[in-house]
Design a protein around this ligand. Structure first.
Ligand code: ADP
Ligand code: MG
Length: 483
């Protein structure tokens, strides 16, 4: 038996999501990313004596929104606690956190791996807390720089149960969670800028064993791909250690993306004593039924629900529906498009094909697509009549309309001579030419290699400058060649 089959990996993930609020958790300092160091630091962020925190209510609303979307139990009576520790980037000497009493308990995240395996990752909790500042070690030789812009930023920590069993599943979980965070407008999910951070707890145990073994925690995973790579590395490393009879130490490790390795930061043999106690400067707060109802009303239709809707109402395939609900802005655009055309399936093809490609190439949001929704719908409907074929329409006709948005698809197609050729005389001539050009292939086709039909069709398409009605061409070619 391979050693990887003798063991099962057990993984639990802690994700810190920085909330998309304008101001910090307990003061009015801006949360905009990338500002000059120490420019978003009022007396509160600096922990000047005498300053007091004031709760940013938007943070509670976002926490509840996420909790409802992930089917958590929303705790009604809440308070914050102080987690005391000393670190230079923590001016107060404590972090205000809900670690001991989270606002959301339980919940689950639907997950589909790249191989199509579906599962549900169970959540342990979601809680609110403030971020610390940033220590910058590599800016100067002899000292460490501190940037307190991040001190007091609002975070949600989303913690799973130890119920993830592979790096692929972890990858799929973070992908799914990020989609929900973005969909709800809770967090922008940008791991490179650190507005979403993930720590992975990993252990291995003999296959069939259900108890939890000693874990290591890996930090500094700044992309979803690195989450997967680091977990794979750790599983391999832990299995090797176990095989060679070593005792696994509980420790915190860091991932080095350049070298694709992990290294130990500190061992965690004793539990830290943070001397938690309720934060005396912030009143406890209660979540009422009315409040919950209000949040529910504000919530957008969730991607899973919208996807089912696209499938049942518009007959889209699972694949298309998935694609079209991966981003809220695109999903909203597609929804709007469907009230201008009834060619649902073609509209999905346009959205996931040429329209998406154009936006990617130009690096623009779908909301900045140069054709209006009306114009795009007209183009889809016009292409659907068969007067131009999809290939020509999605390249030359689309380009022409983008360049001059005042012309209609019909006018542009006529002006550019793009109308689909379905005149059998014209097609017949090209077909004759194609057959005459490939005498050997004709013999092969007639002796049974029917797949060559595509080759002949391609020849005809070339001769027609892409305008031939290919369905008709295939039919005519078969008539000619099968005789
Ligand atoms: P802490 O509060 O010290 O961060 P928790 O017990 O809350 O520790 O767990 C943190 C994360 O580690 C959770 O996601 C949990 O599922 C995961 N975890 C706990 N024990 C294990 C284990 N033995 N193997 C893998 N993951 C684990
Ligand atoms: Mg932890």
């Amino acid at each position: 038996m391979q050693s990887s089959q003798k063991y099962q990996a057990v993984i639990g993930l802690e994700v810190h999501a920085q909330l998309s609020t304008k101001s910090k958790l307990f003061c009015g300092d801006s949360t905009v990313f990338g500002a000059e160091p120490n420019t978003q630091v009022s007396a509160v962020s600096l922990a000047q004596p005498g300053t007091l925190p004031v709760m940013n209510e938007e943070v509670i609303a976002l926490a509840v929104k996420l909790g409802l979307a992930l089917n958590c139990e929303i705790v009604r009576d809440n308070y914050f606690a102080r987690k005391n520790y000393f670190y230079p980037d923590l001016p107060k000497g404590y972090q205000v956190s809900q670690h001991t009493a989270p606002i959301c308990i339980g919940g689950k995240v639907p997950v589909i791996t790249a191989d199509g395996i579906a599962s549900e990752v169970l959540l342990n909790r979601i809680h609110m807390e403030e971020d610390a500042g940033k220590s910058i070690h590599d800016l100067a030789d002899d000292y460490t720089c501190i940037d307190l812009n991040r001190a007091g930023m609002p975070l949600l920590e989303i913690v799973t149960e130890p119920c993830i069993y592979s790096a692929e599943e972890a990858f799929a979980y973070v992908t799914s969670l990020r989609k929900t965070l973005r969909w709800l407008g809770v967090c922008d999910g940008n791991m490179e800028e650190g507005s979403m951070r993930c720590d992975a707890n990993i252990s291995v145990r003999p296959a069939g064993d259900t108890s939890l073994y000693t874990r290591v925690e890996v930090k500094n995973l700044n992309s979803i791909r690195n989450v997967k790579r680091a977990i794979d590395l750790e599983i391999e490393r832990l299995i090797k250690l176990t095989e060679s009879g070593e005792i696994i130490k509980q420790e915190t490790r860091s991932y080095d993306a350049d070298a694709n390795t992990t290294f130990a930061l500190r061992s965690k043999e004793e539990a830290d004593d943070y001397r938690y106690f309720p934060e005396p400067d912030l009143p406890p707060f209660n979540i009422t039924d009315e409040y919950l109802e209000g949040i529910r009303k504000e919530m957008p239709v969730l991607p899973g629900v919208l996807k089912e809707d696209f499938i049942s109402r518009f007959g889209l395939t699972e694949y298309d529906a998935n694609q079209l609900t991966s981003d809220k802005v695109e999903a909203d655009y597609f929804n709007a498009l469907l009230s201008h055309t009834t060619a649902y399936k073609p509209a999905a093809n346009w959205m996931t094909g040429p329209v998406k490609n154009y936006c990617n190439e130009q690096n623009i949001s779908i909301n900045d697509f140069p054709l209006s929704i009306d114009q795009l719908a007209a183009l889809i409907d016009y292409t659907n009549t068969g007067e131009v074929n999809f290939n020509v329409a999605s390249t030359r006709l689309l380009q022409a309309l983008i360049q001059d948005t005042s012309v209609s698809p019909q006018q542009a197609a006529k002006q550019l001579n793009l109308l689909q050729e379905n005149d059998t005389d014209a097609l017949g001539k090209w077909i004759e030419e194609a057959i005459a050009a490939l005498p050997e292939k004709v013999k092969e086709y007639r002796s049974g290699k029917k797949g060559l039909i595509g080759l002949f069709a391609g020849e005809v398409k070339k001769r027609s400058n892409g305008k031939a009605d290919m369905q008709l061409v295939t039919q005519l070619l078969k008539e000619k060649l099968d005789n």
